[in-house]
Design a protein around this ligand. Sequence first.
Ligand SMILES: NC(=O)c1ccc[n+]([C@@H]2O[C@H](COP(=O)([O-])OP(=O)(O)OC[C@H]3O[C@@H](n4cnc5c(N)ncnc54)[C@H](O)[C@@H]3O)[C@@H](O)[C@H]2O)c1
Length: 459
Amino acid sequence: MHLSLSPAAAFESRIASRQARVGIIGMGYVGLPLTLLFSEQGFRVTGFDVDTSKVEQLNAGGSYIVRIAAEEIAKARTAGFRATGAYAEIAEMDAIIICVPTPLDEYHQPDLSYIEQTARAIAPNLREGQLVILESTTYPGTTEEVLIPILESGNRLGLKAIRSAGASSQQHSDAGQPEPGFYVAFSPEREDPGNETVARRDIPKVIGGVEPTATALASALYGTIFNRTVPVSTPAAAEMTKLLENIYRCVNIALVNELKQLCERMGIDIFEVIDAAKTKPFGYQAFYPGPGLGGHCIPIDPFYLSWKAKQFDFRTRFIELAGEVNTGMPYYVIDRTAEALNGRKKCLNGSQVLVLGLAYKRDIDDLRESPSLTIIELLRKAGAEVAYNDPFFPTVGRGRHYDLNMSCTPLDNLAQYDAVLIVTDHTSYDYRRIVAESQLVIDARNATKGIAAANIVHC
Ligand SMILES: NC(=O)c1ccc[n+]([C@@H]2O[C@H](COP(=O)([O-])OP(=O)(O)OC[C@H]3O[C@@H](n4cnc5c(N)ncnc54)[C@H](O)[C@@H]3O)[C@@H](O)[C@H]2O)c1
């Protein structure tokens, strides 16, 4: 029956009947949940990762992400999910979704090496009519300027990305000969880890294909797991959409971080002000100050755009200013801690400080770019003796920017510390007890809201 369908229509039909094989590359915070969503909808998913320990854990029905229960992996395994490191299996897939890291290098420039390596590994295994979707956050132009050239130059069959509209996987060469091709789209991940208020399915999926058939196929695929898809005209528009969203957050967080510092000088409670402002039913969205930005997105993604903007002789001043304010926040926390100790005739040098919370935000097991790590390093540099507690991290060792080598301290005998510093406001902490038992509490998250005590210093 499929014989009478065009290749694209046959692809859509395989999506509708769940026969389409989905390969997801990168079994991390983005790729693994996506895998589970497709698996729940009846697709046989293959997860690709270069980390053999992840592949082994997944194939044994285990999970390494706290908010994903091992039972969910086991259920997906029963539904046909398996993980592999063997890129040759790419050839068996209909759709290939790339969810690999896009960090900054030490000079704050985009590090696209993971995307490049992935593209080089996919290329020799590509076959005609496959759909390749990039989900990793990146600057506008990456899909067409970086991903596609590697896929085209590295594949054995001479396949080209399909660039002109038409429901066919064959396009025509200059000489008028049909050329086999593959479809390409960019579709940004918009997950907010730990946010229980919006179901993943209800987050609309933005999709920008290289041409309309790629957009339509990607929409059909994502339409099985998301309630709404939002097509845009090009991959670059989809890449820019994701950056706009993250830059919007970054700039607004910088704004409240700056205003928090002013409010403190003026004796005004910024959190009270934000709560009052957010009662306005239009034109205002609440953002909250904190000890600095963390995570894989907000501290990093905006710089992808500032880097790309330079190619166009353009300076993204909002991004740079927001970066300056937000990067300064851990230093501000240290200054406030030193001031508070000074008020008690103590100095940071030699003080015992307990840092509460290592994760970059509440109730998640993700350390990436966490301001806690910077704060611990700065405290140590100033001569403080630092301990930490975080229910998600029994130990912390060496990361890209730090080498802490510490173990989690139990939350007892709090009075021994000169200061207890709340950097991450995990909900499992009993803040009343912490305030009652500590000499001095420095609260960088407003976690002690509603507790009246003279030993709390907000920062
Ligand atoms: N974590 C989030 O909340 C979030 C939200 C939105 C967007 N993003 C973006 O999604 C992308 C992925 O982020 P993440 O948080 O899932 O990262 P992650 O580090 O949790 O996972 C990435 C995975 O890719 C694997 N990997 C690296 N190179 C590979 C290769 N060549 N082949 C196969 N696997 C490879 C790693 O081993 C790892 O398991 C990034 O671009 C990030 O900016 C993340």
